[in-house]
Design a binder for this molecule. Structure first.
Ligand code: PEP
Length: 253
């Protein structure tokens, strides 16, 4: 049975007080209202990780994620954060390859492969993001594009390593735009990703990997997206900043 996951990526939002209030609300609502077997992940900015960790420590359904890590072990990289540092403060997951990182910070598939390795080496579970732009969607080569992202960043991993990775399919044209992929579009791509994993690692392992959908996921559309056979949950941006919306998305399973 694949792990169902809803992860909230706060991006560069919230002051400390706002972030802790949001966390407390989510902790209380999840405890009172969520009785399904779902993993909830909060990904606040680096500076709040320790405080958020303090608030979720007794919430067994809720885990902590960072939004990025550097592709070097340590050293003279001013302003950067290493995977080992995240692990040392009790972070469990790390989002890697978000389209905003790829676009604004020019992260490449090759660089992401190095980040994946460092995350795994430090016992962090990567949430690996992939997805195509509108231009690629419209030229029809979106499956090839996403396959290439996955092959170049993940396919050097052994089976046991791959099993620790969560994949998030996030069509860039749907992120923060209010446009969501249709259930058919989401299911088609998720099935294609699972097929790709099966070709490389075998069907049994492909069946175990959680593949999340991301892109304007909200309480209104989450139930139908999460009902798709190969959609195992969501990576949520905007709607993760409102506790009610985020918890309603979690309750969509
Ligand atoms: C995201 O950035 O990962 C995302 C899915 O954002 P939004 O939910 O706001 O589209």
């Amino acid at each position: 049975m694949r792990q169902k996951i809803v992860a909230g990526n706060w991006k560069m939002n919230n002051t400390l007080d706002e972030g802790l209030k949001l966390t407390s609300e989510i902790v209380n609502m999840v405890s009172d209202e969520v009785n399904t077997d779902v993993k909830v992940i909060l990904a606040p900015p680096f500076v709040y990780l320790t405080q958020v960790k303090g608030l979720i420590k007794d919430a067994d359904k809720i885990s902590l994620s960072a939004q990025n890590c550097n592709d070097n072990e340590s050293g003279a990289y001013t302003g950067e954060v290493a995977a080992s540092m995240l692990a040392s403060i009790g972070t469990e997951y790390v989002i890697l390859g978000h389209s905003e990182r790829r676009e604004y910070f020019e992260e490449t598939n090759e660089q992401l492969a190095k980040k994946i390795d460092l995350a795994l080496k430090n016992n962090l579970k990567p949430i690996f993001c992939c997805g195509e732009s509108l231009e690629v969607r419209e030229n029809g080569l979106f499956k090839e594009f996403v396959s290439n992202q996955i092959e170049e960043s993940l396919f050097h991993l052994g089976e046991d390593e791959l099993k620790k990775v969560v994949i998030a399919y996030e069509p860039i044209w749907a992120i923060g735009t209010g446009k969501t992929a249709s259930t058919e579009q989401a299911q088609e791509m998720h099935a294609s990703i699972r097929e790709l994993l099966a070709e490389r690692y075998g069907a049994e392992i492909a069946e175990e990997i959680s593949i999340l959908y991301g892109g304007s996921c909200k309480p209104g559309n989450a139930p139908e997206l999460f009902a798709c056979k190969d959609v195992d949950g969501g990576l949520i941006g905007g709607a993760s900043l409102k506790s009610r919306d985020f918890v309603d998305i979690i309750k969509s399973f």
